[in-house]
Structures are given as structure tokens and as C-alpha cells.
Design a protein around this ligand. Sequence first.
Ligand code: PAF
Length: 290
Amino acid sequence: MRTLRTVPELRTAVRAARRQDPTGAIGLVPTMGALHDGHLELIRRARLECEHVVVSLFVNPAQFNASADLAAYPRDESRDAGVASDAGADFLFAPSLETVYPPGFATSVQLSGPIAESLEGAHRGAAHFHGVTTVVTKLFNMVQPDVAFFGQKDAQQVLVIRKLVADLDLPVRIETVPTVREPDGLARSSRNVRLQGDDRPLALALRAGLTAAERAFTAGARDAGTVHAAALAAMTDLGVAPEYLALVDPLTLAPVDAIDDGTLVAVAAHVGGTRLIDNTTLGTTPNGRR
Ligand code: PAF
């Protein structure tokens, strides 16, 4: 695996890969590092589907709403490089802050509407997804991948990026990879390393809430209030209050009153000092896509 730092270096490498294999797809796995099994699954999927795999590693300040959260974000590039290489990446694109946001940088790519403004957008502030869409647009332009891979754990981010790609006619296919969980059900996240002592068992409250929603749905509940109450009770029984716990349409993120197959249940909660998110799709339809 080669580590690339600048856009000219990256473009030369990607062009050479395309020349060597004109029909081979270039796959991009965008990350902010602190790679865990969820990222490994993205890289493995990219490896299976694409001839050339680029993993990007850039902690994007523009998408953090709290400077303490940005400062606390785990960073260990040499570890991440080893992990990405072992998982089958061909290139690690690890640009500096100045490469992505050179002095005088003044452009922002902003999605409006409920897909970006509800849930995470409402709670973290509009700047969060503006930061995501700006950096992802830049990464797509820098790497020019055929396919890009994102995790379903960030279900709203996937919808935002699909909309971005559709609205701007970006020539990239978006693939969603199911959430990878720890053996006890906690969704893999770079933030999990921050869960200290008693916080770790408390973090299971998010999955417990989602499981309660799944059980209520399987038992026949179709009223959003009933399913919501079951999920909320499971979380509060474990001593965790959600920041939001929402039953929404999986494509528009509009709140639903009546649940059906494919309804997305999305949750965010603070556990100790760590903010976690998770989601599930009710019924049998995978990944919230009908
Ligand atoms: O999901 C993430 O890690 C980030 O939001 C992404 C897509 C790499 C953009 O910074």
C-alpha cells in the first residue's frame, strides 16, 4: 500500500492504475481514521468489488460542532496505515489540513431540507452536514472513484451523500455496508475507545432501545407511539436518556405515525462524555432501502 499526501500524487497514482487496467473500478473508502472493524468491512467490500482501493484518512474539522470533540478524536496514522494495508487497500490518501482546506478556502457544499436538517442536522447543527458534504465532494473530485463505500451506522449520512451525488450529478456509485457490531451488540465506532469504565455497559442502551423497537414491531405493533415507548423504556431502564429516538421514513427521514416494513429507527445518546448514534430498519428490508 502506498501512502499519498497531495492531490497531484494521488491523481498520478489513480491515473496509472486506470491506464494499467482501463475497465477496473476505483473504489474509495472515506474515513477519519481510528479504523475499526466497521471500516475493515468497508475496505473488504471495496476490495471485493473494485480493482483498485483508495482509503482516505482525513479528520475533517468542518464537520465537528464542538472543538473538544475534534481535539479528542483519536489519531494514529501509522496504526491506521497498517490496518488499511492488511485489509487490502492499495492507496492510503492522507492529506494535510492545508491540502484539503488551503488558505483562502471559501466554498461550502450545502444540502438543505429534512434529509440534512433533521436528526443529526438538528442536534449537531447545520454545519455538521455542510462539513460532510463539502469534504466528501472534495474527496470525490480528488480521487474520482467509480464507487464509494459508507457504513449504514451513519444512515443519515448515507442519505445525505446519495442526495448530494444525485443533485450534483457526481459520477460515483454509493454502496452502503451493514453496521458491524461488537459481540454484545454495540455498533463499532471510533468513539467507542472513549467509553471508560461504567460507560461501556451503559452504551448498550442504544442497541437495547433498537432491539425493543424491533421486538415491538415483530409482535405486531404498528403505531409509532407504541414502538417509541417500548424503545424509550428499554433505554431509560438502563439509565440512558436518548438525545433523540426517532421513527422515520428511511428515504425522506420524515417522522412516521404508522410503522411499516422499512421504517428507520434512529437514536443518539450521550453516554458519559461520549456521543453515540445507532439505527435499525424494522422488518426484513435491509439497510432502509425499499
Ligand atoms: O463517516 C465519516 O467518517 C466521515 O463523515 C467522512 C465520510 C469520512 C467525511 O469526513
